[in-house]
Design a protein around this ligand. Structure first.
Ligand code: FRU
Length: 474
C-alpha cells in the first residue's frame, strides 16, 4: 500500500491505511499506553469494524500492532464496535460491542450485544467463548432494542462497572449502568442518566470517571439540536460534572459543558495512567465532516486528537495537551513583545508546530492569527483564529483552509486581566487550539496546500503581542 504523503500527520495517530474512527480500549498496561481504534483496514471508508491497535511509551510516538479484533464470530459478525479495556489478573481484557445486521436495511435492521476478549501479552486477543456477556435479555423495559453499545468498563468500590449507550426509542439518549464481579456475568443496575430533551436522540461512547472531588460523565450524543454557539455539530461531545451515586447507580448532574468547541472531535475516551493523570483522546473527525483523504488515492481517513489531560479547575474541566509533546519541540522561535496594529507576517512558518501567543487586547476590537497561509491550488489560503472583544468569542474559521470543508466555530472565553493566551498545535492536516488555561479547546481538520506554511498576526486597532513562541514538532 503506497499512500499519498500529503496530509499525513506528523505527531498524531492516524490509521496506517484505510479508515479510522473512535478511540477504543485506551489504557496503560504494563507501562505501555495502548490505543485501539475503530478500523476498516481495506478501504478509507467506514465498513465492517475491526479494532486497530497501536502502542506508545509517551502518548506521542505510536507503533502499530496487528489488528486486535476482527468480525469473525456469530455475535460480532458484522462488526466489532467501540468499547474499552481493563487489566485483570495480569491479562488485558477488552469489552466491546458485537454488531449484527438482521435485515435488508443495514442502517435500521441490526442487533448489538457485548462481548469480551483477553490477552496475555497485550498483542494477541482471544474472544471469550461465552460471548455475548450482555445481550438484550439484560436490558430494562422501555429501552431501544437496537442501539446498545460502546461499553466503558471501570472499577468502583472494588467492583467492575460498565456504562453503555442507548436510547428510550422515543428519541432520547440514555446510558445504562451494569455491574460485575468477573467481567463475564453482568447485572443491570440502573439508567445512569437520560437526556432531558436537549442532548440528542442516541447516546454513544459513554465514559464515567472521577476528577478532583467530582465525577465526570462524558458522552457523545447523536443528532444534537443546535443550541446557539453551543453544540453546533450534529454529533457532539459533552462532559457532565456531578456526582455518581452508589448503590443507586444514578448520576446527579451539576454542569453540562461542551468538550471541544471545534468541528472535529468525537467519541472521546479517557484513561487513568500510572502518573495519576486522566487523559482524554478523541476521534479528530466527525461523522458529518467531508474527508478529502477518502478520495484521489490518499488511501486513508481518520486521526486521533492530541491526548489531553483533563483537570478540574474552579469546578469546571480544563484540558491540556500531555506534557510529553514538549520533548518533541525543535527549532525554537521567539519574538520580543511588540505593538500590533493591522496585519503583520512573521519570519516563521511551517506545517507542523506548536505556537504560543499572548495578546493584550488594549484598544483593539479584534485580534488573532492566520495560520497555514499561502497560495493554494484554488487561490489564497488561510485558517483564521480571531477574538472579538465586543462579544468575547474566539472564532476558528476554515472557509479558506484548502480543499476540505469550511465553516466557523465560536466559543466564549473572557479575557483574563485584559489578556488572551493561545496555545496552538498545527499538524499537516489539523489544528488544535487551547485557549486561556485550557477552558476552551477547538479542534479542526484542515487541508491546505503543502506550500501554505505562513503565519500572520493581525488586529483591528492597537493591541500588544506580549509573548510569541513557536517550535517545530517532529
Ligand atoms: C461512534 C460510533 C459508536 C459505534 C462506532 C461504530 O462514532 O457510532 O457508537 O460503536 O462508532 O464504528
Amino acid at each position: 500500500h503506497k499512500l499519498r504523503p500529503d496530509y499525513r500527520l506528523n505527531y498524531h495517530l492516524m490509521s496506517e491505511f484505510g479508515w479510522m474512527n473512535d478511540p477504543n480500549g485506551f489504557v496503560q498496561y504494563k507501562g505501555l499506553y495502548h490505543l485501539f481504534y475503530q478500523h476498516h483496514p481495506y478501504e478509507p471508508v467506514w465498513g465492517p469494524m475491526h479494532w486497530g491497535h497501536a502502542v506508545s511509551r509517551d502518548l506521542v510516538k505510536w507503533e502499530y500492532l496487528p489488528v486486535a479484533l476482527a468480525p469473525d464470530t456469530e455475535f460480532d459478525r458484522d462488526g466489532c464496535f467501540s468499547g474499552s479495556a481493563i487489566a485483570k489478573d495480569g491479562k488485558l481484557a477488552l469489552m466491546y460491542t458485537g454488531h449484527v445486521v438482521t435485515g435488508p436495511d443495514k442502517d435500521r435492521d441490526y442487533k448489538q450485544s457485548q462481548g469480551i476478549a483477553f490477552s496475555e501479552d497485550g498483542v494477541v486477543f482471544e474472544k471469550w467463548e461465552g460471548n455475548p456477556v450482555i445481550g438484550y435479555d439484560r436490558m430494562p423495559e422501555g429501552v431501544s432494542r437496537k442501539d446498545f453499545r460502546d461499553p466503558k468498563v471501570f472499577v468502583r468500590e472494588g467492583q467492575y462497572y460498565a456504562v453503555l449507550g442507548s436510547n428510550d426509542a422515543k428519541g432520547n439518549g440514555l446510558v445504562l449502568l451494569y455491574r460485575s464481579d468477573d467481567l463475564k456475568s453482568w447485572t443491570f443496575v440502573n439508567v445512569l442518566l437520560e437526556s432531558d430533551g436537549r442532548f440528542g436522540d442516541n447516546w454513544e461512547c459513554p465514559d464515567l470517571f472521577p476528577l478532583g472531588d467530582k465525577d465526570v460523565f462524558m458522552l457523545s450524543p447523536q443528532r444534537m439540536p443546535a443550541q446557539g454557539e453551543e453544540y453546533r455539530n450534529l454529533h457532539s461531545t459533552m462532559a457532565v460534572t456531578g456526582k455518581f451515586d452508589l448503590p443507586s447507580g444514578r448520576f446527579r448532574p451539576e454542569r453540562y459543558a461542551q468538550v471541544d468547541h471545534g468541528f472535529d472531535f468525537y467519541a472521546p475516551q479517557s484513561a487513568l495512567d500510572e502518573k495519576g493523570r486522566r487523559i482524554v483522546i478523541g476521534w479528530m473527525d466527525m461523522w458529518e465532516s467531508d474527508m478529502p483523504t477518502q478520495r484521489d488515492g490518499h488511501g486513508w481517513a481518520g486521526a486521533m486528537s492530541l491526548p489531553r489531560e483533563a483537570l478540574l479547575k474552579d469546578g469546571r474541566i480544563v484540558y491540556r495537551p500531555v506534557e510529553e509533546i514538549e520533548s518533541y519541540r525543535g527549532n525554537p522561535c521567539r519574538l520580543s513583545e511588540f505593538e500590533l496594529d493591522g496585519e503583520r507576517g512573521i519570519d516563521a512558518f511551517g506545517d507542523s508546530y506548536e505556537l504560543h501567543a499572548v495578546f493584550e487586547a488594549g484598544r483593539a476590537s479584534a485580534f488573532g492569527l492566520k495560520l497555514r497561509t499561502g497560495e493554494g491550488a484554488g487561490g489564497p489560503e488561510e485558517t483564521v483564529l480571531s477574538y472579538r472583544t465586543s462579544d468575547g468569542l474566539l472564532r476558528l474559521n476554515r472557509d479558506r483552509s484548502g480543499i476540505g470543508p469550511g465553516g466557523e466555530r465560536r466559543a466564549a472565553i473572557p479575557l483574563s486581566d485584559g489578556h488572551l493566551a493561545l496555545r496552538i498545535f498545527v499538524d499537516k492536516s489539523s489544528v488544535e487550539v487551547f485557549a486561556g488555561d485550557g477552558e476552551v479547546v477547538m479542534t479542526a481538520r484542515i487541508y491546505p496546500g503543502e506550500a501554505s506554511q505562513g503565519i500572520k498576526l493581525f488586529s483591528e486597532g492597537p493591541c500588544r503581542v506580549v509573548s510569541f513562541r513557536k517550535w517545530d514538532i517532529r
